[in-house]
Design a protein. Structure first.
Lengths: 679, 199
């Protein structure tokens, strides 16, 4: 028995130039990040202010950084697939089949689990506690553990590029192909442990956000006074708590099949692979709404702010969100109509799928009616919102088409499906998160993002999206299956070339995002957000300074209506100071969350390579860390009133210098209500 | 932010503990989904014995009854510990925790005997889909009980070292929830796995 399990030197990717360069890019990327930190002498800052931080705002920022890095990685996969398919007519292209399969598997896995999920958790962490007038999430330490579990999962996907191979079984990992009999290598194990670990992190995030929203609201913040983003987070958290266990169960069973030779999903010995597909989509469909609902929340905030109107149909938006949350558990079977359930079962799920379009339609009309007779300001987040509205409806219509089982039998596993779900997820999720990123960036960092480059990124993304995915609808109707490494039908190639051009334009969109960030950091002095309220906002996150103090609110706000901060500005009490400040209890930084994340990462790696002694060592370390933490009764610190006073004095000195309204010189600005600065 | 001026906060408000209890209930709901799916899988796989032994041939009513007795008793004794906790009687809390710990360990021992016996007679989890689902369902419960016993051990240590402080009491309350939850799951296992398997 080898002490390194099945890990040998042959696992390094010297067998292929493309794989080796991917590995080199990963290693060099990690090294250059470390070099930059060393160059700026910032290790202390990184470790003690960020890695050990359990401040929800910093955790949110770290989540979003992870998401943006993984967006790059996931996009490189996409670009490789599109370029392969563009040239692989009657030839092998430049990617061998095994490598191509790894790429589409990692693209899907990364985009769902390590781009969308961290982006979502990041935005929620950053904004939700502030929107409900809270000082932190309910469980700050568990929040840190969730972050580092997600990071550990992402780390496993990244390291699979350097040591060993990634799964070739697609992001859904269907057995029996993903079972040990047909896939004995480490690829599926990398996928399994990455997904399992981050999934557990997401379950904990869901619990954390739900308890935060139910238990930590400011006085007067009744449920039906909560901003719509918070409402969508509420429903998303419920979905996370109830859907993620299904993923955990499905993945654990597959892992037991693979490592202990069990027969949950094997071909023989009483296995039932259809059970996996049911369990997977029992999570997988709610997951779609886990991703999309908070994006709907972002759109609701953005559309109201930049139409300069109160959100139309608040109650109907809340009810539609809840209806979507409920219905999302009743449609999972539409992912496998062709599995061969009876006509009655298929029709039930077909009808439910069509019905879920109704509350979504309600939302679209609410957003349109918010814009109707509004004074629209075309900030980049608003552009993304309008682009979403148009594009998402097209994707929704193709979804209703696919919801009909007979049609689905024709379209199943074709690129029509690929076009459909990208048509939902790119505008419905990514545009939403990017809109949120640009909308709330000043809140996180105290300066605004460059709007010209933001607008450019939008136009590249939307034009690139249409060019990349509309041809896939056509190709699907022409009968092209998904995941083709090469093909021999000449009529497909022109469409695939157009799709590749679309991917290239999306690349430009990503470049614009990077340039936007760089330019904005360079020019930050000209775009400072001094009031904390850069967009004339309506909800409580705009009542704090930008970036907010560690405690968010020195005095918890008293909420009297929907659009709490707007209402406070109208009453002239938005910037009132108390007679005296009191001390504030805050959670103390700790490295235990990051330690657990690191141990779980090594644990996952050891499970992949069957290094059993390391597995046991890591488990022991994790248990020990948890016991240490569970025995610590000094996990909080008190910030004395004098420190609070000093921070607030500085904040109000800044406010006094600030223009009375940051949106004041915006063309088309209606100009009311002006924030009252009382010093 | 100057951390030098900060002082350790002596304790957190009672609201904070209420949040933790509520969060723990939510966690239990999420865990219940895991068990629900394991039960569903077990029922689906019931006939998939692949020519191997069925539940009727493998399960023993005496052993299942023994396991049930130990676990139900342990839930009762944890209840006694909670009563002692409410009365702030430290030594009685410790006594009942130790009894609960012993009963939990006894349950785990019986389950270990059951599992190892089945594996020895060639009816391990890799024999058939049915046995995979049996071992996973009952084993997941057993894993929970193991974690629970470890937690009882830790809490005995905390009661000894720290006494019945507010944080310790709140942790014991949540551990109680967890322990009774495992009892409920076991009742379901007994009713879905062992009884129909034997009758």
């Amino acid at each position: 028995m080898d002490i390194f399990g099945r890990l040998t030197l042959d696992s390094l990717p010297f067998y292929s130039a493309i794989a080796a360069s991917g590995a080199a890019a990963t290693v060099l990327g990690a090294l250059s990040v470390m070099a930059v930190i060393t160059y700026f002498g910032a290790w202390r800052l990184v470790l003690f202010d960020w890695v050990s931080s359990i401040d929800h705002k910093k955790i949110g920022i770290m989540y979003i950084m992870l998401a943006l890095v993984m967006l790059m990685r996931g996009f490189i996969d996409a670009a490789m697939m599109r370029s392969q398919q563009a040239i692989a007519y009657n030839n092998d292209g430049y990617l061998p089949p095994g490598h191509f399969d790894q790429i589409f598997s990692s693209h899907g896995t990364i985009m769902i689990f390590f781009m969308a999920m961290p982006f979502l958790s990041g935005l929620i962490n950053l904004i939700t506690p502030q929107q409900i007038g809270s000082r932190d999430v309910a469980f700050p330490f568990m929040n840190s553990v969730s972050l580092w579990l997600t990071t550990a999962g992402a780390g496993l996907v990244l390291i699979s590029l350097v040591i060993g191979k990634f799964s070739t079984a697609g992001w859904t990992g269907y057995p029996p192909y993903s079972g040990a009999e047909y896939n004995p290598g480490v690829g599926v194990d990398y996928w399994l442990w990455a997904v399992l670990i981050s999934g557990v992190g997401s379950t904990m995030s869901g619990i954390n956000f739900l308890v935060t929203i139910i238990k930590c609201r400011a006085p007067g913040m009744y449920l039906f006074r909560m901003p719509l983003f918070t409402w969508t987070v509420f429903v998303t958290s419920v979905l996370m708590i109830f859907a993620f266990p299904a993923l955990t169960v499905a993945c654990c069973m597959l892992a037991l099949d693979r490592t202990l030779g069990m027969h949950f999903f094997t071909n023989a010995m009483g296995g039932n692979m259809m059970n996996y597909i049911n369990l997977f989509w029992l999570w997988g469909h709610p997951e779609v709404y886990i991703l999309v609902l908070p994006a709907f929340g972002v759109f609701s905030e953005v559309v109201a702010a930049f139409s300069q109107k109160r959100l139309f149909g608040y109650i109907s938006l809340v009810l539609a969100t809840m209806a979507i949350g409920l219905l999302s558990f009743t449609v999972w079977l539409h992912h496998f109509f062709t599995m061969g359930s009876s006509a009655d079962v298929n029709s039930f799920f077909g009808i439910m799928t069509t019905i879920i379009a109704v509350p979504t339609g309600v939302k679209v009309f609410d957003w349109l009616l918010t814009m109707y007779r509004g004074r629209i300001i075309f900030k980049p987040s608003m552009l993304y919102t309008i682009g979403f509205l148009v594009t998402f409806v097209i994707g929704g219509l193709s979804g209703v088409l696919l919801a009909m089982p007979p049609v689905d039998y024709l379209m199943h596993n074709t690129t029509f499906l690929i076009a459909h779900f990208h048509n939902m997820i790119i505008p419905g999720v990514l545009f939403g998160y990017l809109a949120g990123y640009m909308f709330w960036f000043p809140k996180a960092f105290g300066f605004k993002l460059n709007e010209k480059w933001g607008a450019w990124s939008f136009w590249c993304w939307i034009i690139g999206f249409y060019l990349a995915f509309m041809p896939l609808y056509v190709l699907g109707l022409m009968g092209m299956p998904r995941r083709m490494e090469h093909y021999d039908i000449a009529a497909w190639q022109p469409h695939l070339i157009i799709a590749a051009i679309g991917a290239f334009i999306i690349l430009l969109g990503i470049v614009c995002l990077i340039v936007q960030l760089a330019v904005s950091i360079r020019d930050r002095k000209q775009a400072l957000d001094l009031t904390g309220d850069p967009w004339n906002g309506r909800s409580l996150e705009w009542a704090t300074s930008s970036p907010p103090a560690p405690y968010n609110f020195a005095v918890l706000p008293q909420v009297e209506s929907v659009d709490a901060f707007w209402n406070m500005k109208e009453r002239g009490v938005a910037y009132e100071r108390p007679d005296h400040y009191v001390e504030i209890v805050l959670p103390k930084n700790t490295f235990i969350g990051a330690f657990i994340g690191g141990a779980v990462f090594v644990f996952g790696f050891a499970m992949v390579w069957y290094i059993w002694w390391l597995v046991i060592l890591c488990l022991a370390a994790i248990v020990l860390a948890l016991i240490v933490r569970a025995s610590d009764d000094q996990s909080n610190i008190t910030m004395p009133a004098s420190t609070v006073q000093a921070i607030e004095d500085e904040r109000f000195a800044q406010l006094a210098k600030a223009p009375r309204n940051e949106m004041g010189d915006e063309p088309g600005f209606v100009g009311e209500p002006v924030p009252e600065v009382s010093t | 932010m100057t951390s030098a001026t900060m002082t350790d906060a002596p304790s957190i408000s009672s609201e904070k503990y209420e949040e933790k209890a509520f969060g723990f209930w939510i966690y239990l709901m999420s865990d219940a989904i895991i068990f629900a799916l394991l039960f569903a899988t077990y029922v689906v796989m019931l006939g998939n014995t692949a020519g191997g032994p069925t539940g009727k041939e493998l399960f023993s009513l005496e052993r299942a009854a023994g396991e049930t007795t130990l676990l139900l008793l342990s839930s009762t004794t944890f209840g006694f510990a909670s009563v002692a906790l409410a009365a702030s009687e430290r030594s009685r809390v410790l006594l009942w925790l130790v009894v609960t710990l012993a009963l939990g360990a006894g349950f785990l021992f019986l389950e270990y005997r059951e599992f190892s016996g089945m594996i020895a007679q060639g009816a391990g989890p890799d024999r058939s889909g049915f046995l995979s689902s049996f071992f996973t369902l009952v084993g997941t419960h057993g894993l929970h009980v193991s974690i629970g016993t470890l937690c009882i051990l830790v809490m005995i240590g905390q009661v000894l070292v720290k006494g019945l402080t507010t944080p310790v009491v709140s942790r014991l309350a949540r551990l109680g929830l967890f322990w009774h939850f495992l009892d409920i799951v076991w009742v379901a296992i007994f009713s879905v796995v062992y009884l129909p398997g034997l009758l």
